[in-house]
Design a protein around this ligand. Structure first.
Ligand code: TEU
Ligand code: CA
Length: 547
């Protein structure tokens, strides 16, 4: 049903195009592959699909290094393929959201190539952050900012005359130069990009690192760590994150989206504390922001409950509901994250010689965490493969890994490839139906143990993770109204109601009894007869007969 507030309670499914489905046998997923598998999303029951970047790109950062914002990379297909995908999704009532990457482009982008070829001080260089270096010969970077991946946030260029020259700013990989958003030409160009995709009927944009667009005047030093929580230190915000100027940009985008028919949305991707992302979620700015607080939570009832409460309150400030997310293409899949006791570094990337997660425990907790998330008010983001209970692939050989995240503060980390391995569809086919090539020839190899996780193996098994997701999404549509907390919940459990559906999540408590007369309508773990107790690591939804 078309309603203007569709996004408020939408379930939005993230497709990572390289790894969803391959239509032409090159081992790389593509847009026609996605179109051919839309029935899966339809049967799952999602409201929208968000496509990670499919634009022309040298793929140094999985397509988050865009060389042309208004086209499709030939390895993913054509603009006509994009239109067929969008039309096919819309015909099924599934909305389409694309990824906007406005903080940086690829160093292959013609504008950056032109900047390299132009002189210091030229209008071409003014589209980016070029500066002279410090030191007697300009041999030192212009400030002390680190890049998010490895080393300093500055790279020195060789000038057209062959001499060592200026430096350019990149908060991410050196192949991702940051745009200068103080430059009106940059703003105008992105407005054209928005219109280009809106004209092609997209329903919205997920906006990559949107909190980084504006940098503090003069690019001042910042001798503090920039990873983790972004908050003021000595009364100053970090000069590269969440500067006041970002709101003007978002307001200008809002006006563009609102000039189109229907409700088109903006979702902020920013790793900020929820009270700061709430400042972006406004009627005249973005509809949503990823609420990463739930994703970052460790498996503990007290911590999870207080995260839910503070997330709901943070967004109350502007009257928009929050979002929930447990996995994406940047973090260890939650079926593995929860397989460790204690906390685990989210994005570290695990290798074969590191401590391994307990796969069964991780999956059980992941199912419980998802069942809790899908009962909460607001919108939920799913990442492809989580509906299959896919674990992180921790045994990828180092020589096939492609993610540029590799070394940080002196220790080697293996990057984010483990959550980006191509999906298994049919257990008995080559590459489990992902492609017509074998599992060792897909762009990242699939492990043998993917077979039982494949879509067809789970299709008709009522206990499967896939069937749990389908059922949760179906019942979720009937859940309305705010949360009513049950304050009498036993230690280690979380209990609340939405309308006449009650939810009991036994996180880390003792086996817990359901009230007399409860009838279970959904259970994250195989759940025995009425009257038996709900074990830890399990979420159940139930109804009670009216007294
Ligand atoms: O990620 C933004 C981000 O904040 C990064 O820190 C990211 O979380 C990563 O895990 C760092 O190790 C977005 C995209 O989702 C990511 O895939 C890109 O690499 C990044 O922007 C740069 O475009
Ligand atoms: Ca392909």
């Amino acid at each position: 049903p078309r309603h203007t507030d569709w996004w408020r309670d939408a379930v939005i499914y993230q497709v990572y195009p390289r790894s969803f489905a391959d239509s032409n046998g090159d081992g790389i997923g593509d847009l026609p592959g996605i179109t051919s598998r839309l029935d899966h999303l339809d049967r799952l029951g999602v409201d929208a699909v968000w496509l990670s970047p499919f634009y022309p790109s040298p793929q140094r950062d999985g397509g988050y290094d865009v060389a042309d914002y208004r086209d499709v990379d030939p390895q993913f297909g054509t603009l006509a393929d994009f239109d067929r995908l969008t039309d096919g999704a819309h015909a099924l009532g599934i909305r389409v959201i694309v990824d906007l990457v406005p903080n940086h482009c690829s160093s292959d982008h013609p504008a950056f190539q032109a900047a390299l070829a132009a002189a210091s001080g030229s209008p071409q260089r003014a589209l980016f952050h070029f500066r002279d270096g410090l030191g007697a010969n300009g041999e030192l970077p212009p400030n002390d900012w680190p890049c998010m991946f490895e080393g300093p946030a500055w790279t020195r260029v060789t000038e057209p005359d062959g001499t060592a020259g200026q430096w350019y700013l990149h908060l991410f990989d050196p192949s991702q130069p940051d745009w200068n958003w103080d430059n009106q030409a940059v703003r105008d160009d992105f407005e054209s990009t928005l219109r280009f995709w809106l004209d092609r009927n997209v329903d919205g944009f997920r906006v990559d690192v949107c909190d980084a667009l504006v940098k503090a005047d003069g690019l001042p030093d910042w001798p503090h760590p920039t990873h983790g929580v972004v908050e003021p230190i000595d009364g100053r915000m970090p000069p590269m994150w969440d500067q006041e100027g970002i709101h003007d940009i978002f307001r200008s985008w809002r006006r563009v989206l609102d000039s189109y028919e229907g409700t088109r949305i903006l979702c902020a991707e920013a790793w900020l504390p929820s009270e700061r992302t709430a400042r972006i979620v406004r009627p005249d700015e973005m509809n949503q922001a990823f609420n990463f607080a739930y994703l970052e939570q460790r498996w503990d009832a007290v911590a999870i409950r207080s995260t839910i409460i503070s997330s709901l309150q943070a967004n109350d400030v502007v009257g928009a509901p929050t979002t929930w997310v447990l996995s994406n293409h940047d973090v260890m899949r939650h079926a593995s994250r929860f397989g460790y006791d204690g906390t685990v570094a989210l994005e570290a990337g695990v290798g074969a010689d590191d401590p391994q997660p307990d796969r069964a425990l991780g999956l059980q907790r992941a199912r419980a965490a998802t069942a809790m998330m899908l009962a909460l008010p607001g919108s939920a983001y799913l990442y492809q493969g989580e509906e299959l209970g896919l674990p992180e692939v921790t045994d990828l050989p180092d020589d096939v890994r492609q993610d540029p995240v590799w070394e940080r503060s002196g220790h080697r980390i293996r990057g984010r490839d483990g959550c980006r391995v191509p999906l298994p569809w049919e257990a008995t086919k080559l590459s489990f139906g992902f492609s017509s090539v074998s599992s060792s020839d897909t762009w990242l190899p699939q492990p043998d143990y993917f077979g039982p996780y494949s879509r067809d193996s789970q299709n008709d098994d009522p206990e499967s993770t896939l069937c749990l997701y389908r059922r949760a999404l179906e019942i979720r549509r009937t859940l309305t109204g705010p949360i009513r907390w049950d304050e009498s919940a036993a230690d280690g459990t979380i209990a609340f109601a939405r309308g006449d559906v009650k939810v009991l999540a036994n996180v880390n408590g003792e086996p817990a009894a359901l009230p007399e007369g409860a009838s279970v309508i959904l259970s994250s773990s195989p759940y025995a007869e009425p009257g038996s107790q709900v074990p830890p690591n399990t979420t159940v939804w139930f109804r009670c007969e009216e007294a």
